[in-house]
Design a protein around this ligand. Structure first.
Ligand SMILES: Cc1cc2nc3c(=O)[nH]c(=O)nc-3n(C[C@H](O)[C@H](O)[C@H](O)COP(=O)(O)O)c2cc1C
Length: 159
């Protein structure tokens, strides 16, 4: 993951929402959402990440003001999630996720998270989000916990 310079009118929006479907549909809904996001975002020069933990989403979106306004209108109508709460909305000088038209991370499944990616995500959170907003801080804590567990070397066996 590399960060890249942002265009003059680029903004970042971060929101949290709750999955509105059944437990059994989550994985297939998430796969469809990610597919739609990658297709649409690459055409619109939108980049970002979609984190989820216990059926709560936090999505970071980077793009032009117009592009993100259109996307937020679609997201507000999407019945696969509810209770959208915008946590951050502001201009950026640098894109944190310029290589990813959208990438989903399951913070419940540590085996799907590589250590370098976790560390880059947590660095980006630290750099971009200085506010002590509670949802962001909870996600940050989950990521820090996963890093701590991954750094711990397993106990020796057969001793
Ligand atoms: C949590 C969540 C995140 C989403 N993220 C994106 C996204 O980054 N980009 C996108 O185009 N659609 C995203 N979608 C899907 C949109 O709401 C919408 O269904 C999709 O863009 C297709 O819209 P259209 O049929 O009007 O083109 C997301 C949906 C959910 C529930």
């Amino acid at each position: 993951m590399q960060s890249g310079r942002a265009a003059a009118n680029d903004i970042m929006i971060v929101y949290r929402s709750e999955y509105a479907g059944d437990d059994g549909s989550f994985q297939s809904d998430l796969a469809a959402i990610t597919r739609e996001a990658i297709e649409h975002n690459s055409a619109q020069d939108i980049t970002g990440v979609l984190l989820h933990h216990n059926h709560v989403f936090v999505q970071v979106l980077e793009g032009s003001t117009d592009g993100l306004e259109l996307l937020m209108n679609k997201l507000r109508k999407d019945r696969r999630h509810r209770n959208i709460e915008v946590l951050l909305d502001g201009r950026i000088r640098v894109r944190a996720f310029s290589d990813w038209s959208m990438r989903a991370f399951d913070l419940n499944d540590e085996s799907s998270l590589s250590l370098p990616i976790l560390q880059q995500l947590t660095d980006t959170f630290r750099r971009s989000f200085s506010t002590a907003e509670s949802t962001l801080m909870q996600f940050h804590q989950v990521m820090l916990g996963a890093i701590a567990r991954k750094n711990r070397t397993p106990p020796p066996t057969g001793v």
